[in-house]
Design a protein around this ligand. Structure first.
Ligand code: BTN
Length: 254
């Protein structure tokens, strides 16, 4: 069923929402709108993406009329150095939207993955287009199957709940939650976001992880977030390492 964008617009009066039946990537569309001077919080939503972008150059599987594919232009008084904590705030926003829609909680895997039953149901991608940020959010909503290469690691809200989910309600909840979590970051500073993320994420502290970084793999136990929102890992040799961008995965108990 096609997403009823008018239902969404009626619930968010005044919100600029650009709708695309099909696009390469909503990130590219949002970056173009940002460069043309669009308002902050302008959202681009697509029914299907032909070149959905994931982190680290990966492709975001963007099956037609099943997932939520959204990019939001954010004009915030933050610098590019503060992008890591903005990523965490957006992860919290997506988790809140999912929980309001399904009544289920997600786990957050630093920095940008939302998990249900240990599998990924959503991801966040931040692109800096100074002076704006583009927040890309992809949520697997009503997929009933994934391509072979994703089947082990991906899930959808429908697969978890056994119910067809309203993408319209989820989108309203998502845009509302993005507004409130970015407001919380700007008005309250990084601290409350870091605290909330540490509470909501089983990965933030005391988790055995493997991290791919700089061509190598480190193994250790997480010890919380540093003041910038980076993940601190105590390696098995006792040294501490601050993870700036690596892919974090669970590791066997040491
Ligand atoms: C990740 O790798 O976990 C981040 C995935 C982000 C996907 C979303 S879908 C909407 C927006 N448009 C894109 O091309 N990517 C982001």
């Amino acid at each position: 069923m096609t997403l009823d964008i008018e239902w969404v617009r009626a619930r968010l009066p005044g919100r600029q929402i650009v709708w695309r039946e099909i696009t390469g990537s909503t990130m590219t569309e949002a970056a173009r709108l940002a460069a043309a001077g669009c308002r902050s919080l302008t959202a681009v939503v697509a029914e299907e993406q032909l070149a959905g972008q994931g982190r680290q150059g990966r492709i975001w599987h963007s099956e037609r009329a099943t997932g939520l594919y959204v990019s939001i232009v954010l004009r915030l008084p933050l610098t590019a150095r503060e992008a890591p904590v903005l990523t965490l705030a957006l992860g919290l926003a997506a988790a809140e939207a999912i929980s309001r829609t399904t009544d289920l909680a997600c786990d957050l895997r630093w920095p940008n993955d939302l998990l249900m039953a240990g599998k990924k149901c959503a991801g966040i991608l931040i692109q800096v287009e100074e002076p704006a940020f583009i927040a890309g959010i992809g949520i697997n909503v009503n997929q009933t199957a994934f391509p072979k290469e994703l089947a082990e690691t991906a899930t959808s809200l429908r697969l978890i709940t056994g119910l067809l989910q309203s993408r319209e309600r989820l989108l309203v909840n998502l845009l509302t939650a993005v507004d409130s979590f970015t407001k919380m970051l700007i008005e309250g500073g990084k601290e409350p976001v870091l605290r909330m993320f540490a509470r909501a994420s089983s990965y933030a502290c005391g988790k055995r992880v493997m991290v791919e970084e700089g061509g190598g793999v480190i193994q250790g136990t997480t010890e919380g977030l540093d003041p910038s929102g980076f993940l601190v890992v105590r390696k098995d040799d006792g040294a501490r390492s601050t993870i700036l961008a690596g892919g974090v995965r669970p590791a066997p108990q040491g």
